[in-house]
Write a new protein. Structure first.
Length: 295
């Protein structure tokens, strides 16, 4: 008998042995299981732990495009969810699946909720996380934006630049950390200055392993060392000796796509789109009156 039908038959008996269980899958692939039962449960190749104090409010579900929502609360534990991991953003946007399960026969179970973690707050050794349903994505505006810079993300399906080939990335070692979080690196001297500017820095080892940040500035020193400034500091501590990976940067300009990546065929911007002054001012007041592009 399928799990949902078996659970329905069990619920029809009147006296039930049911509990709730939650699976949380982070973006780095790590899976965590929690249950409000007093003993651990095991199914779906995962142990659902009972020692986290995990509980959740009733899921609000409606017809149409209303967003299913709920809230999960639990205790911070070094063996499961830690305050450091939450502060570092490792659980941001994690996928969540919630079951109602017969703890006496875990094959009798039914999915009650699928979605993701929203805002997470922590205090007093516990955390509280908003659960967002799958229909949350339907509330986000979509469509094409017409602008001069490229709309693609370097390396995505529309850009098609392979950032895994030689020359597009480098591994380096942190040799110095500045007062404002700027990093001095060794081992990435074979690239010209600003090669990684507007690119990505991923941390490969240390307390911040698995985190990444967008590169604001890439400075190449005469001795071959590089200084990397990030737009926002990483939300975990970095140390001298940590290994990082640098991914080439792109400033979204037509000229850069041609000269740096030889990828004009996949350029996703509109370099010759007129400026706003094209419709707002008299032609004699335009900066360019040559008859060419007003870009």
């Amino acid at each position: 008998m399928p799990g949902a039908e078996a659970l329905a038959a069990h619920l029809a008996e009147g006296v039930t042995t049911v509990a709730r269980a939650w699976e949380v899958t982070r973006r780095d692939g790590r899976r965590f299981g929690f249950t409000d039962h007093d003993l651990d449960l095991r199914f779906a190749d995962l142990v659902f732990r009972a020692d986290t104090g995990m509980s959740a409010a009733a899921v609000q579900q409606g017809t149409g495009l209303s967003v299913d929502n709920s809230e999960a609360v639990g205790a911070l534990s070094d063996a499961s969810v830690t305050e450091a991991d939450i502060a570092a953003g490792r659980f941001d946007g994690a996928e969540v699946t919630a079951w109602l399960v017969n703890w006496a026969d875990v094959s009798a179970r039914k999915v009650l909720f699928r979605g993701s973690l929203g805002d997470i707050t922590r205090s007093g050794g516990a955390f509280s996380a908003e659960l967002r349903g799958l229909t949350e994505w339907l509330n986000r505006p979509v469509g094409r934006v017409f602008q001069a810079p490229c709309l693609a993300v370097l390396g995505d399906a529309t850009c098609r630049v392979d950032t895994d080939v030689a020359g597009m990335w480098a591994e380096a070692t942190v040799t110095l950390i500045g007062d404002k979080g700027e990093l001095t690196l060794a081992g990435a001297s074979g690239f010209e200055a600003e090669w990684f500017q507007r690119g990505r820095l991923s941390v490969l080892s240390g307390a911040a392993s698995g985190l990444w940040g967008a590169i604001k500035r890439d400075v190449l020193y005469d001795d071959g060392a590089r200084r990397i400034d990030l737009w926002e500091p990483l939300r975990a501590r970095m140390s001298v000796g940590d290994q990082v990976k640098l991914i080439v940067g792109c400033d979204k300009r037509f000229e850069t796509c041609r000269s740096k990546f030889d990828n004009l065929i996949n350029f996703q911007g509109f370099p010759d789109i007129p400026q706003e002054e094209w419709i707002l001012i008299h032609p004699t007041m335009a900066r360019s009156r040559s008859g060419g592009s007003l870009r």
